[in-house]
Design a protein around this ligand. Structure first.
Ligand code: GLA
Length: 749
């Protein structure tokens, strides 16, 4: 609800108006404090809640040092040199080289009582207005974005408009993520020193190496201890995120869209919107950051399952089973095998459309291949849906092969640096280097956009398709439209395409895949229903990829499949139990030729699928905990019900340990004063591949009962795991007053 008392307008340049009251937003242990008394919105605090009363702002003001500006330097909502800020500027822009130094001053500040605010600043001399929207969501996730409007008569060029927040001076360490194809989301740490740490993404897509999360925190901050400030930019194009420690000792953390030369040139009255910056603070390590993100995701009405109550179905994707070999009998056999195992969604991957026999041709020709599928997709779709499974289809709408009917008809629809394409597929025009034999379709061209929309719309209308795996398999290098950089416009065109198709086909789920996890961000996730975290189905690699993707993205949105026994991308061989326990903590599925399973494998796989079905409502709604496990060979994570009634933990050994026995491993996060029953549910205690021991810990075969406090503080002696194996532990609260040995477990599903 709008609170008119706080809807204040000030014109400090006229020197008449009273500045508005400070903005003090508080939620879930996090607070943001912005002061307006200097005439500029000043970021005084982002971090721990400072209590219910507005702090005395004089306690937060810095002194003026020697040999410096004569007034205290303001860290503005848009940091600017005109206020003395000598760190990374919040806004770089100009009018053909003039109006280069903005002096934004407050025009209005409106706050409503559900944790959001709109702050407007103007610079009449530069002819610009910046309107900033801020939301502090339930759960503590902060969102912030700017809109810059050109109020002047001529063009204004935006080079950068960043969203920043202050970091407490307790922070001494930076953590971010990096990666490559088949190795996404791996953490790296470095000390926070004076200067700027910048992560730039120039892939035209989010990028395999994108830092899903950039965090600064107290020394050695871990999963469950230490103060952490963290940001994520919800954008699928070029971007930068940074931690900037200025000479005056202040540190900011922030991010911006990385714009090309004159990419954003605003005519009079036009505006530019930055992507949302998402930010969180935690005084209990990274788990607290994760909690804020998960709460936000799950609070969205369009979050999968929220409106429908539908659980995340077990998927079979045929890619690693058949690749481009689309023979109907084999695909039907796969459907039969999948159904017999309990699969609920069958996804036909790349290779079904005109001319697509391998990855050199066909992209752009989104018609079912008449030679391969003389009766269309119906024979397969009917078989799949006849088994009660949903049918999903792979598409890669943003790309073309030069060897396609589309490019032969419209060579000028390939995006590239040249202004005027010539005749022929590439005649006379310099195209970007090919990547996987493909080029980018210029979706900024309205005709190309409409063609793709119409083809996808027709496919969805003509076939019973419940799911699209929407792929994007190359960087947008030298991306241009009409001779000007166009990553921004292309990204917006892709968003529009997804939005329009979703509006026309609200029942269809969409997965965002980009050669695995090269497009995992909150911009794409606002219009898709899950991401494909990596093309690597090797469970060992997935342990890291999923753990760190899961810092931000909840498991129900991260596709996670049991791959073949020997991984196609690493040639490592893993037991089914390790592969299944790994896939369990995501949106579970199979990417394996399950036609040839022997009876024992079939039984074990069906059991693993049944386990996932038993626990998915917990896994996809609960709190993620990750232990600060002292043994580098071991990892423990778990998902706990918010009401404390149950949990599912996985203890995983990623290597051989220095220790003969793991010792007692703590199970954190349960209600300390309640009793729980712990049971090892997978693999069987006598599994001689998973465990190497003469005698298991006594509790392993029959389970054990203990208090949440004991489990968190002492933990349980764990079996000796072989490397690259894991064990799944189910924990259920027992009735306190049951006289029998701890009573019976209470399931809350
Ligand atoms: C990309 C995806 C894979 C698969 C292939 C098909 O590499 O990441 O999962 O769909 O394309 O060509």
């Amino acid at each position: 609800m709008h609170n008119p008392d706080l809807d204040l307008a000030a014109d400090p340049q006229a020197g008449t108006a009273t500045p508005p009251a400070p903005l003090y937003l508080r939620r879930s242990g996090t607070a943001l404090l912005i002061d307006f008394s200097t005439g500029e919105p000043a970021l005084l605090h982002f971090g721990a809640d400072l209590g219910p009363d507005l702090p005395d702002l004089s306690l937060l003001r810095d002194p003026v040092p020697h040999s410096a500006l004569d007034t205290p330097v303001t860290l503005g909502l848009v940091p600017q040199a005109s206020s003395g800020w000598r760190g990374r500027p919040g806004l770089r822009g100009h009018r053909s080289g003039r109006a280069f130094s903005p002096r934004l001053r407050l025009a209005s500040a409106a706050v409503n009582d559900v944790g959001s605010a709109v702050i407007v600043q103007t610079d009449p001399d530069a002819g610009i207005t910046v309107r900033t929207e801020i939301r502090l969501n339930d759960g503590g996730l902060l969102q912030l974005r700017h809109r810059l409007a050109n109020d002047g008569p001529d063009e204004y060029t935006v080079e950068e408009l960043a969203a920043v927040l202050p970091v407490g001076r307790a922070a001494t360490e930076i953590l971010d993520l990096t990666g490559r194809w088949c190795r996404e989301s791996h953490p790296q740490r470095l000390p926070l020193h004076q200067g700027t740490w910048v992560r730039s993404g120039r892939h035209g897509r989010t990028g395999h190496d994108a830092s899903l999360l950039l965090a600064a925190g107290t020394g050695g901050f871990g999963y469950r201890h230490g103060q952490v400030w963290a940001v994520h930019l919800g954008w699928s194009g070029n971007h930068e995120s940074f931690v900037d420690t200025a000479g005056d000792g202040r540190t900011v953390i922030g991010a911006s869209e990385l714009l090309g030369s004159a990419e954003i040139t605003l005519a009079s009255t036009e505006h530019y919107d930055t992507p949302w910056l998402f930010a969180a603070y935690s005084d209990a390590g990274l788990d607290g950051i994760t909690e804020a993100f998960y709460a936000w995701f799950r609070g969205r009405p369009h979050h999968p399952g929220v409106a429908s109550g539908k659980p995340r179905p077990v998927v079979l994707n045929v890619w690693e089973a058949v690749y481009f070999d689309h023979r109907l009998p084999a695909l039907l056999e796969l459907a039969d095998a999948a159904a017999s195992l309990g699969v609920e969604r069958y996804v036909l991957d790349d290779g079904w459309f005109r001319g697509r026999r391998n990855d050199t041709a066909g992209l752009g020709d989104w018609y079912v291949d008449e030679q391969l599928w003389p009766d269309g997709l119906s024979p397969l779709i009917d078989a799949v849906t006849g088994h009660g499974m949903e049918f999903g289809l792979w598409v890669e709408p943003e790309m073309v092969n030069e060897d396609s009917d589309l490019v032969r008809a419209h060579p000028d629809w390939i995006a590239g640096p040249a202004a005027q394409p010539g005749p022929g597929a590439s005649g006379g025009v310099r195209l970007p280097e090919r990547w996987r034999h493909q080029q980018v379709l210029d979706l900024v061209n309205p005709e190309a956009w409409q063609y793709i929309y119409d083809r996808l719309d027709a496919l969805l209308r003509e076939n019973r398709i419940s799911y699209l795996k929407w792929d994007q398999n190359r960087d947008l290098t030298e991306m241009g439209h009409d001779g000007r950089p166009s990553v921004h416009a292309q990204t917006m065109a892709v968003y529009r395409l997804l939005d329009a198709l979703r509006a026309a086909h609200p029942g269809v789920e969409i997965e965002s895949c980009s050669s695995g996890g090269a497009r995992v961000d909150l911009g794409i996730l606002e219009r898709t229903d899950r991401v494909w975290g990596s093309d690597c189905n090797d469970a060992l690699e997935r342990q890291t990829i999923q753990r760190w993707t899961g810092m931000v993205v909840p498991p129900e949105l991260v596709g996670s499949h049991i791959g073949p026994t020997t991984s196609h991308t690493t040639a490592r061989t893993h037991d089914l139990s390790f592969r299944a326990i790994t896939a369990m903590f995501g949106h579970f599925g199979l990417e394996w030729d399950v036609r040839g399973l022997d009876a024992a494998e079939h039984t074990e796989l069906a059991h693993a699928i049944a386990l996932y079905k038993e626990y998915r409502s917990l896994l996809h709604s609960g709190r993620m905990v990750r232990a600060d496990e002292p043994d580098p060979a071991l990892r423990l994570h778990g998902v706990l019900a918010h009401d404390g009634s149950e949990a599912l933990y996985a203890l995983v050994s990623t290597a051989t340990s220095f220790a003969e026995v793991p010792g007692r491993v703590c199970l954190p996060g349960l209600q300390p004063d309640r009793r729980y029953r712990v049971e090892a549910v997978y693999p069987a205690p006598d599994d001689s591949h998973a465990f190497i021991q003469i005698a298991p810990p006594p509790w392993l075969s029959a389970g054990v009962e203990a208090s949440g406090q004991f489990l968190a503080a002492s933990g349980l002696p764990m079996p000796v795991l072989n490397p690259e194996h894991g064990i799944l532990l189910a924990v259920r609260r027992v009735h306190d007053h049951d006289p029998a040995s701890g009573g019976h477990p209470v399931r809350n599903s």
